[in-house]
Write a protein that binds this ligand. Structure first.
Ligand code: UGA
Length: 415
């Protein structure tokens, strides 16, 4: 099938790559020319294991194209995916301006019948709005159906998640459009769930918020474990053995970050407030997540009895989680800011993030190795659980520091 994709962020790019890999002809559209030029060369602008190989293979096979031209992207498309960003607005609501623009672009430029699939994470009811915008701006009487198909991939595991996802959710109001979208994904052999558009939109938010609640829950339990001398990892293992609970997303640490959970929990809480519905569990998860970073920074400050001025603190890990270079809502940012505000001298090292604009207004020195980072430090903070840190020889690493104090923000070190 011929597929157009609007937006080459994580979701759009990985979806495009995987759909071309299973035989579809895919044209990805983005307004950023530099990004499109890089992609045409088979180079991914994001760090995502396995993605480059798939890009190169399918570009060479003439199944995957990149363009900044709307006409080119839509010319032969049977299906157009919208995979643009829905950033968080001032009040916590999702900003839908990119989605609305994409809907207008489709209406104005498409000259044949087409199915529009909304992949971006959008508030309940947005697919209806997309359909309204398209129908209001259409240049001729084409049949254009809108289908919701939320994405469940994780950064850092995006390729594997797309090939081996737990489910594909298709929310449609029209059987022809539903079946056509289902046929695209058939080769993936993943269970497909049919529902209406509003339920599909809600499945995405409710899933992300549930996982966020699970993380905040285990984080608060971990604080209690710390106070009472229990081991949160053992507690999580024991809880996880109950199949009704499950062990996944029970890793206590510095709280969730990234471009999804923080934004989606806020957007869901906003939706609830707008509709006069209490969603205090999600509100509490957001609050607990924010607290978790302060609690960690405070532990470090308390270790120095409040006298942290001039102390050299080594930060191992900047990215919000391993296997990504994404710094959005990374716990490292808030922790570093809090320590710098108290006068600490910060040295950072991350295997992938070599420098970040998120710390532009903060004085930090970027080390090129973990050894250089911890050299002469008064405390080492493990902030992102990269394999390089988990597998490091910590006895040796600690000899580079002044006194070998380690704060394990991810509860992962075994010593
Ligand atoms: C998340 C969801 O897991 C995906 O299913 C979803 O498609 C995606 O959001 C999205 O909406 O686009 P992602 O943000 O890439 O994916 O990363 P996760 O691996 O889910 O981790 C999210 C955060 O939770 C990270 O900060 C991670 O460190 C934290 N986390 C995760 C924990 O603190 N503990 C855990 O046990 C698991």
């Amino acid at each position: 099938m011929n597929i157009g994709i609007i937006g080459t962020g994580y979701v759009g790019l990985v979806t495009g790559a995987v759909l071309s890999e299973i035989g579809h002809v895919v044209t990805c559209l983005d307004i950023n020319e530099e990004k499109i030029d890089t992609l045409k060369k088979g180079q991914s602008p994001i760090y995502e294991p396995g993605l480059d190989e798939i890009l190169v293979r399918n570009i060479e096979a003439n199944r995957l194209f990149f363009t900044t031209s709307t006409q080119e992207a839509f010319a032969h498309a049977d299906i157009i995916f919208i995979a643009v960003g829905t950033p968080q607005g001032e009040d916590g609501a999702a900003d839908l301006s990119y989605i609305q623009q994409a809907a207008k672009d489709i209406a104005i430029n498409v000259d044949h019948n087409v199915i529009v699939v909304v992949k971006s994470t959008v508030p309940v009811g947005t697919n209806d709005i997309v359909e309204e915008i398209i129908h209001a701006n259409m240049t001729d009487d084409f049949q254009i159906h809108v289908v919701s198909n939320p994405e469940f991939l994780r950064e850092g595991h995006a390729i594997n998640d797309t090939f081996h996802g737990d489910r594909i959710v298709i929310g449609a109001e029209n059987a022809f459009a539903r079946d056509k979208v289902e046929s695209i994904f058939k080769p993936l052999n993943i269970p497909i769930m049919h529902t209406n558009r509003r339920s599909a939109e809600m499945i995405k938010y409710a899933s992300n918020a549930f996982l966020a609640v699970k993380i905040s829950y285990i984080n608060q339990i971990s604080n209690l474990c710390y106070a009472l001398g229990a081991d949160v990892n053992a507690v999580a293992d024991g809880m996880g053995m109950d199949h009704r609970i499950g062990r996944a997303f029970l890793n206590a640490g510095l709280g969730y970050g990234g471009s999804c959970f923080p934004k989606d929990t806020e957007a869901l809480a906003y939706l609830a407030r707008e509709n006069d519905v209490k969603l205090s569990i999600v509100e509490s998860a957001i609050y607990a997540n924010d607290e978790q970073r302060h609690i960690f920074a405070q532990k470090v400050i308390n270790h120095f009895k409040g006298k942290i001025l001039g102390k050299k603190i080594a930060i191992l890990g900047l990215a919000f989680k391993p296997n990504t270079d994404d710094m959005r809502e990374a716990p490292s940012i808030m922790i570093i800011k809090e320590l710098v505000a108290r006068g600490a001298v910060i040295s950072v090292y991350d295997p992938v993030v070599k420098k970040t604009s998120f710390l532009d207004d903060i004085e930090v020195s970027y080390a090129t190795t973990k050894e250089e980072c911890v050299s002469g430090s008064d405390a080492i903070l493990l902030v992102t659980e990269w394999k390089e840190f988990i597998e490091a020889n910590w006895t040796e690493l600690m000899t580079f520091s002044n006194n070998g104090v380690v704060f394990d923000g991810r509860n992962i070190l075994k010593f």
